[in-house]
Design a protein around this ligand. Structure first.
Ligand SMILES: Cc1ncc(C[n+]2csc(CCOP(=O)(O)OP(=O)(O)O)c2C)c(N)n1
Ligand code: SF4
Length: 242
């Protein structure tokens, strides 16, 4: 019988520690497929974040480094500058990329580093117990906003992709979602494009992925996908931003 689907070589044959229904495992698989399809497994270097994906290198069968909280784009810049022939990407949550790492994110983007950024927006801090993230929606209940996020006290959800898009050195930004199979297929296409851009020397490319955290949203996996579609994607519109 002809085999029409197999585990990507870039993904280890192991189970993950992620909660059922978490988006991290889906995006890990997408990245592994893209790396295989582009034939860059031996050249790619992933920078793992803090947050729930801190041990992403246990699942990817290619070279990885770790970066302290928020510093992934500083580490990626250094690696790419000393090893320009490698394909370097960061994988970061919203707490990592848009809170403690805002500084590194903005300046790497503004310098137009030829890097690929995968930004997992699950509107919450997963690993540390469900505290508010910069991307938490108004009225969303979290461990630190038990009555819901209130703009008067916590400000508005931060739209990092739109903010970065105004920088002239930023070449490609797209927001995608895991809310359904068709949207997940589009997510893969965008992630692939962000890697192709680096291979072609185009410059700074970022894909923001709206990704479920059923555990700290207090929902089952199916309702989490529905919440992305009905609520989260209204605040963070999908599509090409730049
Ligand atoms: C300097 C520093 N401060 C705080 C922490 C604790 N910390 C680890 S992960 C995390 C939040 C991660 O949230 P996010 O990046 O959104 O990832 P998720 O777990 O949701 O995937 C925090 C605050 C840390 N590791 N280092
Ligand atoms: S806490 Fe949330 S982000 Fe972390 S593994 Fe569980 S579902 Fe995923």
């Amino acid at each position: 019988m002809e085999k029409i689907y197999r585990r990507p070589e870039s993904l280890y044959d192991t189970s993950t520690h992620y909660c059922p229904g978490c988006g991290h495992s889906t995006v890990h698989k997408i990245i592994a497929e893209v790396v295989d399809e582009l034939g860059i497994r031996k050249k790619v270097i992933g920078i793992a974040p803090v947050g729930c994906a801190v041990v992403a290198y246990n699942y990817w069968n290619f070279d990885c480094s770790e970066a302290a909280h928020g510093r992934a784009l500083a580490v990626a810049t250094a690696i790419k500058r000393v090893r320009p022939n490698n394909i370097v990407f960061t994988y970061q949550g919203d707490g990592d990329l848009a809170a403690i790492g805002t500084n590194e994110t903005i300046h790497a983007a503004n310098r137009g580093e030829n890097l690929t950024v995968i930004f997992i927006n699950n509107a919450i801090y997963g690993m540390t117990g469900g505290q508010m993230a910069p991307t938490t929606l108004l009225n969303q209940k979290t461990a630190t906003t038990p009555l819901g996020r209130d703009a008067k006290f916590q400000g508005y959800p931060l739209k990092i992709s739109e903010m970065l898009a105004v920088l002239p050195a930023v070449k490609y930004i797209e927001r995608v979602s895991l809310q359904s199979v068709p949207e997940t297929i589009k997510a893969k296409k965008a992630i692939k494009q962000a890697f192709i851009n680096q291979v072609d020397g185009v410059g700074f490319s970022l894909v923001e992925v709206l990704s479920p955290c059923p555990t700290y949203w207090g929902m089952n996996p199916v309702d989490s996908l529905k919440w992305i579609k009905d609520v989260m994607a209204k605040e963070f519109p999908l599509g090409r931003i730049k």
